[in-house]
Structures are given as C-alpha cells and as structure tokens.
Write a protein that binds this ligand. Structure first.
Ligand SMILES: [Zn+2]
Ligand SMILES: [Zn+2]
Length: 225
C-alpha cells in the first residue's frame, strides 16, 4: 500500500497569489511575466506598464480601477451603439438589431458602423464606443487582460493557474491522498483556493491525469527561467 502524502493546505485564498501572473504575450504569444504592474516578455522584449498594480505607484490598488484604465488593455473590448443597448432606427424607430459578439479581441475598433434596419430597410451609420471588459471565457490577468500562459487541457477539463506558486499549490493538493484541514483566522479553510477547485480536479480517479497536466505546465514554466 502506498503511503499517503499528508497535505496541509496553505490556507491561501484565491486572491492571495498576489498580482504576479504568467500570461501569453499579446505580441508574440510566448510566456510573459506580469509583476508589479509590468508586463515583460523574454521572447520578444515587449513591455507594458500599469501603475494600478505597482506597489511603488500612488495609483496602486486604486479603487476606481476598471479594465484598461491606467495602462494598455490586451483583452476583450465590447462595443456599444449610440443610444445604449437598444438603439432605435432614426427612420422608423424600430429597435436596431445588432450583434457584435465576434468582435472580441479585435485589434481594430471602428468608431462607426453601418447597420441595415430589419424593419424599414434603411441603412444608417451608428457611432460605436468600446469598453474594455474582463473576459470570462478564458482565465486572464486583470491588469492587462492577457490570457493565462499556464493552461492545460485534459480530457476532463482545463487546468490553469495564474503563476507557478498557485500551480505548485494545486499540484501539492491533488497529490495529497489524505487532506488535513486547519483552522485559520477566518475559520475553516474550506473557502481557500484549493477547496474551491472543481470536483473533477479533486476526484481521486482523475489524480494521475491532473498531475500529468500540472507537470506539463511546470515544465513549460521552467523554460521561461
Ligand atoms: Zn512576446
Ligand atoms: Zn427602420
């Protein structure tokens, strides 16, 4: 019988992994480091800066922060038409039908668009404004909106982590056969990052596949050093 490894949860909350991220470089797609509000890509030397996540900046942790404010945003932008989400046709006042769902991540963001009214057939030019939003489809950093670099598909789902520290905790948790919980300042640690992982990751029968995915990601991260 294999000896079960005892794993003591670090008690880290999801936000306790700080503002360090390994992301896909918006320019070359390679692994880039986001640290203290600075994005640095070792492969193509691309850099970006947002003082909101820089502890040495007076704008650090600014409560008024929104995606794309204070620095470049490489994530998703959603457009809105003049007149809000239910603009009316200037000719017949019918609600204008518009679907921009495929525009996410487009680098080109036009300031106007021509729309044919479904009711009267008139074509009108509508002004567009764009808003940076945090994507929900794939995990991305909140500072620059870049997709995580540490993402690995398994046949059960996606394994991902914001940085090596989080990935190491995930691996240690999954590797542990016997889980030991400890009481922290805010009560039992079942609200911590590892406890909130999806059930399939925690399932003993998926352990080998999850560990394999973690190790593949750790190997990828090692290349960045
Ligand atoms: Zn790059
Ligand atoms: Zn119309």
């Amino acid at each position: 019988m294999t000896e079960k490894i005892r794993h003591r949860e670090s008690g880290r909350d999801k936000g306790a992994y700080g503002t360090d991220y390994l992301v896909k470089c918006p320019k070359c797609g390679g692994g880039a480091q986001v640290r203290s509000g600075r994005l640095t890509c070792p492969a193509c030397a691309h850099t970006a800066y947002n003082p909101w996540a820089d502890p040495n900046s007076e704008h650090y942790g600014d409560a008024a922060y929104r995606p794309g404010q204070g620095g470049p945003w490489y994530g998703m932008f959603v457009p809105s038409l003049e007149g809000g989400w239910t603009p009316k046709c200037p000719s017949c006042a019918a609600p204008v039908d518009h679907d921009f769902s495929r525009r996410g991540y487009d680098a080109v963001r036009p300031t106007k668009t021509r729309i044919t009214c479904q009711k009267c057939g008139e074509v009108h030019v509508h002004a567009l404004s764009w808003e940076a939003i945090a994507a929900t489809a794939s995990p991305s950093d909140p500072i620059f909106g870049c997709t995580y670099f540490l993402i690995q598909e398994t046949r059960y789902g996606e394994i991902f982590a914001q940085n090596v520290e989080q990935l190491a905790d995930l691996r240690a948790f999954v590797a542990a056969g016997l889980r030991e919980r400890r009481e922290g300042e805010n009560g039992w640690m079942n609200a911590s990052y590892v406890s909130r992982l999806p059930r399939w990751i925690k399932s003993a029968k998926n352990r080998a596949a999850v560990l394999k995915a973690c190790d593949q990601l750790l190997a990828q991260a090692a290349h960045l050093r």
